[in-house]
Write a protein that binds this ligand. Structure first.
Ligand SMILES: Cc1cc2nc3c(=O)[nH]c(=O)nc-3n(C[C@H](O)[C@H](O)[C@H](O)COP(=O)(O)OP(=O)(O)OC[C@H]3O[C@@H](n4cnc5c(N)ncnc54)[C@H](O)[C@@H]3O)c2cc1C
Length: 309
């Protein structure tokens, strides 16, 4: 199911970019098709399931770029060499821009966005009642169906103890990397350009169960050191290093057993749960959202819900 969501999302993004390319006045999504490289210590023991679904997938010859230069500099820095790698074309996302683009599209389709902190001390029923009150206060009438997309918040909103944080830390630097690169194995690091912003996100860590929201300086140093090798074109600082704009940490909404997408009745209220996508909430978004639309349609008897994805 998760693989299918990712394939649907990839295909949708490719089509979205084609539409943008053919219509100069179309609003820009913040997506861009780019080269993407994955470097490994050795050939992975399991096949890369996604290889048949992406454009221009190929194994990288070790004596040619980009593997050749990567390993030359790895040797001088005492890093483990990447003996295997693949290349492909994949969309990278300028996330702040993409979220605003989605918000504008939703508003254009008649969505009204209301903000409120829902209570977490009385279970899902109390949270839903509070959400309904917000709607009623705005004169929006009753709620046909709720979609609970509270991410890590679901741990408290509906008492889902399978939810846990997967802590990440990233560094935003000046300059757009010419490709997305991910290093897996002895070192885990990545660089993801934010198209059109003149910046790149460098990562990272995946720390399951770590609730620490403070920046860890040692992790920052490690991210910068490992990325020196991955994205040398961004070493534009006067000291020969990166030009750091900001350092941040965040929590991926992990869930034992994977994302929860299902219907539930809470008293007389109908809910569709849609949370727990871990570190893949964007890349699974379109496939996952289509399932949400189907579940809401089933929940409400199906007459007045339709997808405009
Ligand atoms: C370091 C890092 C790296 C990542 N890398 C990737 C990646 O490579 N690929 C990818 O696809 N994704 C990536 N992600 C995205 C991420 O992993 C998630 O999958 C994604 O953000 C989940 O989106 P969501 O909408 O389900 O949850 P969220 O974005 O967490 O949204 C949940 C919303 O619910 C609201 N909420 C919760 N509780 C309440 C309450 N009581 N009352 C009112 N509102 C409430 C929150 O305020 C929030 O707005 C990364 C995230 C991080 C932090």
């Amino acid at each position: 199911m998760l693989c299918d969501w990712e394939v649907q999302t990839y295909e949708y993004w490719v089509q979205l970019l084609e539409r943008e390319a053919h219509n100069a006045s179309a609003p820009k999504s913040g997506l861009k098709m780019q080269d993407s490289y994955h470097f490994y210590d050795a050939r992975p023991t399991q096949a890369l399931w996604w290889s048949p679904f992406v454009q221009s997938f190929r194994q990288l010859p070790p004596m040619q770029e980009p593997l050749f230069s990567l390993n030359q500099t790895a040797a001088t820095r005492g890093l483990t060499k990447a003996l295997w790698g693949v290349g492909l074309r994949a969309p990278s996302i300028n996330v702040p821009k993409y979220l605003l683009y989605l918000q504008d599209r939703a508003r254009g389709l008649g969505v009204e966005i209301l903000k409120a902190d829902l209570p977490v001390d009385g279970g899902l029923e109390k949270a839903l009642a509070a959400a309904e009150q917000v709607m009623t206060a705005k004169g929006r009438g009753g709620v046909d169906c709720f979609v609970n997309a509270t991410g890590l918040g679901a741990r408290k909103v509906c008492g889902d103890e399978a939810m846990h944080p997967i802590r990440g830390q990233t560094v935003l630097v000046k300059g757009e990397a010419i490709a997305t690169r991910t290093r897996t194995g002895a070192n885990y690091s990545y660089c993801i350009p934010r198209p059109g912003s003149g910046t790149t996100i460098l990562g990272g860590v995946k720390e399951k169960g770590n609730w620490n929201g403070e920046i860890d300086d040692q992790t920052t140093r490690q991210i910068l050191e490992e990325n020196r090798n991955l994205a040398p074109e961004l070493l534009t600082g006067a000291d020969g290093g990166f030009e750091v704009i900001s350092v941040q940490c965040g929590f991926r909404p992990g869930r034992e057993g994977g994302p929860r997408l299902e219907r539930e009745s809470v008293g007389a209220r109908r809910v569709v749960h849609a949370y727990g996508h871990g570190g893949a909430g964007y890349q699974q978004s379109v496939g996952s959202a289509r399932l949400v639309v189907r579940l809401v349609t089933e929940s409400t008897g199906g007459s007045h819900v339709f997808s405009r994805l």
